[in-house]
Design a protein. Structure first.
Lengths: 150, 417
């Protein structure tokens, strides 16, 4: 498979076309905005927590196929996880996307392994990580806009 | 009268292949495909003579200018000042003292905003820019507005990406103190009717600055004919090195403007009681400049002067027309920026495919384009798109490269079904 086919896999194209949890959660108890100043990608993530467990999670925004699919996959994966589990996943996904750490970073990220092709496209890593920076920010309850530059 | 032996330029063919051989980088491959470089709006490639000039300077002439009595310093000073003369002739300024070396267009605009702006603008004054400016012709003025309490006014653009000149006339009033607009839009390619703008502003005694970063590589610039008060451009977009650019300013204005940065070279006498500033152009040139860059910029100008400009412009016009026709055949592709007069830029979008995805797939085909907001977010907002894919041309591009671009764009459609 070429690098490009690796990047734009069927699952990613599908999540881009029909993103899951692409909606607003009214009165969500956690919410954050994410912005990638490099390309203008913009995402808002909504989270409802119950006893430290992510009961509902959704997103809205505009961006490229990679950022949209990544956000969609993320919401699907995080639903039902605890805050602590979400943080560990955040770390693992980040390692997989940047190609840091052991080769097996993708083994610890479940279905999100589909995004592992991104690490061959350094210019696109921030597209894939935007939603993750944003959810991180939402869970931390930070009010400022999350940026891929921080 | 032309000499009888001179062959009219239209008769000779424009030899793109020969020109391409002068640009070593163009022979490269990317991802195993021949490089198709269509990101000239971001930066242009350099001819061998420019590359050689930089090497020659560091190998044979390197020393600091305007200060040594030794031979190398004299040589470097002479070469640097000779290049200033070439720039002066290139834009037809009256005098070398009107040619200020800067780092690039951005620094030139910041210089004028801070020196002229802080020197002569006050609370309530108005500055006019247009809706198609690069961030570098917006933000320095916003900073000035915050500092002095002035107000920024914006000339709207039409759906084709043309400046609405009538609206500009309406914005001009007795509070207007400065106008700064682009000559050619980097995101849309629009050639702005700057002479009309300058005439209207000058009727009210308002000075005009032009951002010429995208104009210089495509048009013949004559600052006296344009009648502008300031003209800014970058070396690296006109086949010269990065890190060097030019601010042209009318001497009368530059004379009365306070210095911007303080340091060496911009002074004539320093004591702790009082410092006397140097004469033009040095008053605005604090610190050791990019000497190699200035010299190499002069060599880039030599290169450009060696080209047949009517042919260059005809070739670029043909490229743009061909690219427009070819890309419009692709289903769903929409061109952003359809002004009657355009230069060198073709920005396009698809409804459901983001520019970044287009850019990545094009890169896999060896095609280098810019995908994003082109440092002109207000332009993106005006057209209601998050980003565009921009192909920008230089005279060394070919119709065959545009065919490659079109095939690559069709591959994007295939990936996205």
């Amino acid at each position: 498979m070429s690098d490009l086919d690796d990047l734009y896999q069927e699952v990613i194209l599908d999540h881009n076309k029909s993103p899951r949890n692409f909606r607003v959660i009214e009165h969500a108890d956690h919410k954050a905005e994410g912005y990638n100043p490099l390309c203008g990608d913009h995402v808002t993530v909504y989270v409802d927590l119950e006893n430290g467990v992510i009961k509902d999670i959704s997103f809205q925004g505009s961006g490229c196929a990679i950022s949209k699919a990544s956000a969609s996959l993320m919401t699907a994966e995080l639903k039902g996880k605890t805050e602590a589990q979400a943080e560990i996943l955040f770390e693992n996904v980040h390692r997989m996307l940047t190609g840091e750490g052991d080769d097996d970073a993708s083994a610890n990220v479940g279905k999100l392994a589909i995004l592992s092709g991104v690490c061959k496209f350094p210019a696109r890593v921030k597209c894939a990580s935007l939603a993750w920076h944003t959810v991180h920010s939402a869970l931390k309850g930070r009010s400022e806009v999350a940026s891929t530059e921080s | 009268m032309k000499a009888a032996t001179e062959i009219p330029s239209q008769v000779r063919a424009f030899d793109v292949a020969a020109i391409r051989r002068e640009f070593p980088i163009l022979a490269q491959s990317v991802h195993g495909k021949a490089l198709v470089y269509l990101d000239n709006g971001a930066t242009s490639q350099k001819p061998q003579s420019v590359i050689a000039a930089i090497e020659h300077y560091y190998a044979k002439e390197n020393s600091n200018i305007h200060r040594g009595v030794h031979s190398l310093s004299e040589q470097a000073t002479a070469a640097y000042e000779k290049a200033r003369g070439k720039v002066r002739a290139f834009v037809n300024a009256r005098s070398d003292k009107e040619i200020i070396y800067v780092r690039g267009t951005t620094e030139a605009i910041n210089l004028v905003a801070q020196s002229y702006g802080r020197g002569f603008l006050k609370a309530g004054d108005e500055i006019i820019v247009s809706a198609m400016e690069h961030h570098s012709n917006i933000v320095p003025w916003q900073m000035l507005c915050e500092q002095v309490g002035a107000r920024l006014r914006v000339i709207p653009i039409s759906h084709d990406g043309e400046l609405v000149v009538e609206e500009f006339r309406r914005l001009l009033n007795n509070r207007t103190r400065f106008v700064s607009i682009t000559h050619v839009s980097n995101a849309l390619g629009t050639v702005v009717p700057v002479k009309e703008v300058i005439a209207a502003a000058h009727d009210r005694g308002v000075p005009v600055m032009l951002d010429g970063a995208q104009a210089v590589p495509h048009l013949k610039i004559d600052v006296q004919d344009l009648g502008c008060d300031f003209y800014a451009f970058s070396g690296h977009k006109m086949f010269g090195p990065t890190g060097v650019g030019i601010l042209y300013g009318r001497a009368e204005l530059l004379e009365k403007m306070p210095p911007w940065q303080g340091g060496g070279d911009m002074i004539s006498l320093v004591t702790f009681e009082k410092t006397h500033y140097n004469v033009l152009p040095y008053k605005f040139e604090a610190g050791t400049p990019h000497i190699a860059g200035g010299i190499a910029l002069g060599v880039a100008i030599d290169y450009l002067n060696g080209l047949d400009w009517p042919q260059v412009m005809a070739h670029e016009h043909e490229l743009l027309e061909y690219a427009t026709e070819t890309l419009l055949e692709i289903p769903g592709l929409k061109i952003i920026g359809t002004a009657k007069e355009k230069a060198g830029v073709l920005s396009f979008v698809f409804d459901h495919i983001h520019a970044h995805d287009v850019g990545t797939i094009l890169d896999q085909e060896g095609v280098a384009v810019r995908a994003g907001h082109h440092c002109a977010m207000p332009v993106m907002q005006r057209f209601g798109v998050p980003a565009t894919t921009r192909a920008s041309f230089a005279f060394y591009n070919t119709k065959e490269e545009i065919d490659v671009l079109a095939r690559a764009v069709k591959r994007v459609l295939k990936v996205f079904g």
